[in-house]
Design a protein around this ligand. Structure first.
Ligand code: ATP
Ligand code: ZN
Length: 301
């Protein structure tokens, strides 16, 4: 028998993650949340002179947005849609009876206009399109949201509901590529100062099915997605940040235009906040009071 508890078990025993009985769905301790808040404050500090428009959306998008964005084409396996009971008294009685007898009651639920946010930047593209052509300087946003992905797992780094902090750039290809380069350098410096080992590697999104294989290869070949990976709970290091160049994909999908009417380009840098907190607990210990002075100074100084 393996006597060493897994990192997930250690995080649960320390009270940092509270299990619910569903893989990938956890409560968080005050200390865990404080680490995320401090980490986010450090990120905000790095970007403070950039003039980003700060926006926060609830962790849901419209069902229409999920349809138009092509999410069901590329990632149907990850999507979460919200369904509700829309019947009358008679249907309600049947519903309760089914729950009592252990029958499937979910078939009678009706799709609402709401779906769970798959990535923090999703609400921005239709918003930008609705607000008109971009100014010459393009636009820059700071967003953060809980995101849902249906990928239940006992890997603590693969949650079903987790937070993503993102900076999102829209503008010319040069503006977006410069933004991405800048954040790769900033992230290297920040994660280095947090005394975490890392690497920046080419990556791809988990596109679905046979057609998805081609999409993955092409995304990698063109260097459109880079990830900063950090060893956390697995033999393979975990992607804790991603640096994405969408070219004109979202802009064409939604109609985001440059001042001259050409489709804009977009890109985003995404910080996986739970993964980063987990990496810090893994490398520096389960109690933040024992973390290295430099790390404590950066986060709480
Ligand atoms: P992965 O390849 O690990 O599935 P991804 O490429 O789908 O991740 P992105 O869409 O780039 O991830 O999401 C941005 C960041 O959000 C990731 O770099 C990661 O840190 C975090 N993230 C993604 N999925 C999860 C998850 N299931 N649980 C926790 N954090 C996640
Ligand atoms: Zn994004």
């Amino acid at each position: 028998m393996d006597a060493t508890p897994s990192f997930l078990d250690q995080m649960i025993a320390a009270g940092h993650l509270v299990p619910t009985g569903v893989d990938g769905l956890y409560g968080r301790s005050g200390m865990f949340e404080d680490v995320i808040a401090r980490f986010e404050a450090a990120v905000t500090d790095i970007g403070k002179d950039d003039g980003a428009e700060v926006l926060r959306f609830p962790p849901a998008v419209t069902r229409k947005q999920i349809e138009t964005s092509g999410y069901m084409k590329s990632f149907p396996q990850l999507a979460g849609t919200v369904h509700s009971f829309c019947g009358g008294d008679h249907d309600h009685a049947l519903l309760l009876e089914k729950i009592d007898t252990g029958e499937d009651w979910t078939q009678d639920q009706v799709a609402t206009d709401v779906a769970l946010t798959p990535a923090a930047c999703y609400p921005l593209y239709p918003m930008m399109a609705a607000q008109g052509a971009l100014p010459e300087a393009g636009r820059l946003f700071d967003v953060q949201s809980y995101c849902f992905r249906h990928e239940p797992s006992t890997d603590p780094c693969r949650m079903q509901l987790f937070r993503m902090r993102e900076y999102v750039r829209a503008g010319t290809p040069d503006q977006v590529q410069d933004f991405r380069e800048l954040w790769i350098e900033r992230a290297k410096s920040l994660i280095g100062q947090l005394e975490l080992p890392f690497d920046v590697v080419p990556a791809n999104d988990p596109f679905f099915g046979r057609a998805g294989k081609m999409m993955k290869l092409s995304q990698r070949d063109q260097g459109l997605k880079l990830e900063m990976v950090i060893p956390v709970a697995n033999a393979q290091p975990t992607a804790c940040l991603s640096f994405n160049y969408h070219q004109d994909h979202f802009a064409t999908t939604w109609g985001v235009e440059l001042a001259d009417g050409a489709p804009a380009h977009t890109g985003c840098v995404g910080f996986g906040l739970e993964r980063l907190a987990l990496a810090l607990f893994k490398h520096h210990g389960l109690d933040v009071r024992g973390w290295p002075a430099g790390v404590r100074g950066l986060l709480w100084g």
